[in-house]
Each structure stands twice: as structure tokens, then as C-alpha cells.
Ligand binder design. Structure first.
Ligand code: G
Ligand code: G
Ligand code: MN
Ligand code: NA
Length: 250
């Protein structure tokens, strides 16, 4: 597989890029941080999205050095921002199983001096399928370091509600499939409303993904959704595009 061979060289070859997508507070409509979304700038094929190479990276184990690159770079960038802007980072189940993860995070925190409260790790329901003690323990350790944990793409996998009690989630990210027909479908509104109410009662933040229209934002606000993300506010773009204000040096 030629893509696999190329991927092996991508990390050392400096071909990985971190794009940023703004995360927006519904009440103030201001940006509170960004999600880091990985891209591969392939020398001949051009820009490749994560859906095209993350599965391959997971199969080959390359996700561990790739994920390490993501963490180190995302932390380094976020440490340069002012105003307490946060950074959300996607974690693969394979990374969560790796003994490499915790030392990578601890070292990256020490090297950058980044406030752990500004870091959020996103995991999908597929992680919960294992529901292994080791995974629960790892997420608890990250949480104990002061890092935040978000449940990504909520509603699309096989999460059972007891996972919300088992894992230390700070936030639920409602999958964009529920947002796209929010205005036309009573049923979608019912589900989104119920998820937000549940999260609120459990003390978890809610973020709606894939918000593209003002009408969707209005409905989400009515339901008390706390945060949104989507093309209405900005696509995933190279960091220069958003020109996050650098922190003033003391
Ligand atoms: O922009 P979009 O095509 O960027 O991302 C598609 C999916 O790829 C996201 O839902 C996310 O789960 C995954 N993804 C993006 N960046 C990363 C990353 O750095 N690590 C992992 N493991 N997954 C990522
Ligand atoms: O980690 P996750 O699967 O949630 O990554 C978010 C994915 O959704 C990325 O592929 C990103 O590019 C995509 N995305 C972000 N905002 C929007 C949006 O408003 N509409 C659509 N269709 N996709 C979006
Ligand atoms: Mn995500
Ligand atoms: Na998602």
C-alpha cells in the first residue's frame, strides 16, 4: 500500500498540518477556542482529510506518532494565544490504549506551560464500546490532571446512557446529523432538546456540531444549548486564517 508507505514519512517529513475551527459560546456569540482538525499535505496528492488516512494510521499504529505530533503542536499553538482560548483535540481509541499517551501529554504540558484547563480531548462513542477499565482509568487520569473530556459525535454510535455515569465527561458534542434538520423535523428538536436537558442535569456542557444556518442557532439557543461549531461561524482553516492573538510576553 503506497499511501501507508507515504504516511510513514509524513510525520518526519513535516507534511502534517493542524487546521482550526472556532468554538462559539451561544450566549455571547464569541469564540472561546478552537478544535484542531488534522490534514495531510501530501507532496503529490495535495491536501488529504483525516477520514482518508486516520483509519490507515490506526491499523498501522502510525496514529501514535501522528497523535503525538498533534498534541505537541496543538499545545504549542494554544500556549501562544491570549484570552484563555481553549484547544480541543481528537483522540483515537488506539491512542487511548497506548502507554505513550500519558507521558506525551504530561511532557507537552511541561514544555509549553499550557494551562491544562484549556485543553479538551474528544473521544467518540467507539472508544466506549471497549468500556475497558483501562480506558476509564486513563480518562480519569487525564481528568485529574485538569484536562477536559468531551464525548464527540454523540448520538451516532452505540453509547448507552450509563456511559455518561462511567466516564468523566465535561461536554457532550451533539452530532451534526441532528442539527441539519432541526428546523424541519419535530423529532430532531425533541432529541436535541432532551440531550441538552440531560446534559444540563448531569452538569455537562453541550455543543452542537455542524451549525450552518442562523435558524439552527436560534433553535439551539431556545433549547439552552451552550456552545456551537460550524460553517455559520467558520470552517476548519489554517491557523493563520484566524490569526489568534498572540499572548503578550511578560
Ligand atoms: O474536518 P473533518 O474532515 O476535519 O474531520 C473528520 C474527522 O477526522 C473528525 O470527525 C475527527 O474525528 C477526525 N480527526 C480530525 N483530526 C484528528 C486528529 O488529530 N486525530 C484523530 N484521531 N482524529 C482526527
Ligand atoms: O471530530 P468531528 O467528527 O466532529 O469533526 C468535525 C467534522 O465536521 C469535520 O470533518 C469538519 O470539517 C466537519 N464540519 C465542521 N463544521 C461543519 C458544518 O457546519 N457542516 C458540515 N457539513 N460539516 C462540518
Ligand atoms: Mn471532533
Ligand atoms: Na464530531
Amino acid at each position: 500500500h503506497t499511501l501507508a508507505r507515504d504516511l510513514r514519512g509524513a510525520v518526519g517529513g513535516g507534511e502534517l498540518r493542524l487546521f482550526l475551527q472556532p468554538l462559539i459560546d451561544v450566549e455571547t456569540e464569541t469564540r472561546t477556542g478552537y478544535e484542531a482538525l488534522l490534514r495531510w499535505e501530501h507532496p503529490t496528492r495535495g491536501l488529504i482529510g483525516p477520514d482518508m488516512f486516520i483509519p490507515l494510521a490506526e491499523e498501522t499504529g502510525l496514529i501514535v506518532p501522528i497523535g503525538e505530533w498533534v498534541i505537541r503542536n496543538a499545545f504549542a499553538q494554544a500556549a501562544q494565544w491570549s484570552g484563555g482560548q481553549s484547544i480541543a483535540i481528537n483522540l483515537s481509541p488506539v491512542q487511548l490504549d497506548s502507554p505513550n499517551l500519558l507521558p506525551t501529554i504530561v511532557n507537552a504540558l511541561a514544555e509549553t506551560g499550557l494551562d491544562p484547563a484549556l485543553v479538551e480531548f474528544e473521544i467518540t462513542e467507539s472508544v466506549l464500546l471497549h468500556n475497558s477499565d483501562a480506558n476509564i482509568q486513563m480518562l480519569n487520569r487525564l481528568h485529574d490532571l485538569g484536562l477536559k473530556i468531551a464525548l464527540d459525535d454523540f448520538g451516532t454510535g452505540y453509547a448507552s446512557l450509563n456511559y455518561l455515569l462511567t466516564f468523566p465527561f465535561d461536554k457532550i458534542k451533539i452530532d451534526r446529523s441532528f442539527i441539519s434538520d432541526l428546523e424541519n423535523r419535530e423529532e430532531s428538536r425533541a432529541i436535541v432538546g432532551a440531550v441538552i436537558e440531560l446534559a444540563n442535569k448531569l452538569g455537562m456542557c453541550t455543543l452542537a456540531e455542524g451549525v450552518e444556518e442562523a435558524g439552527q442557532l436560534a433553535k439551539l439557543r431556545e433549547h439552552g444549548c451552550r456552545m456551537v461549531q460550524g460553517w455559520l461561524f467558520g470552517q476548519a482553516m489554517p491557523s493563520e486564517h484566524y490569526q489568534p492573538v498572540p499572548a503578550r510576553s511578560a
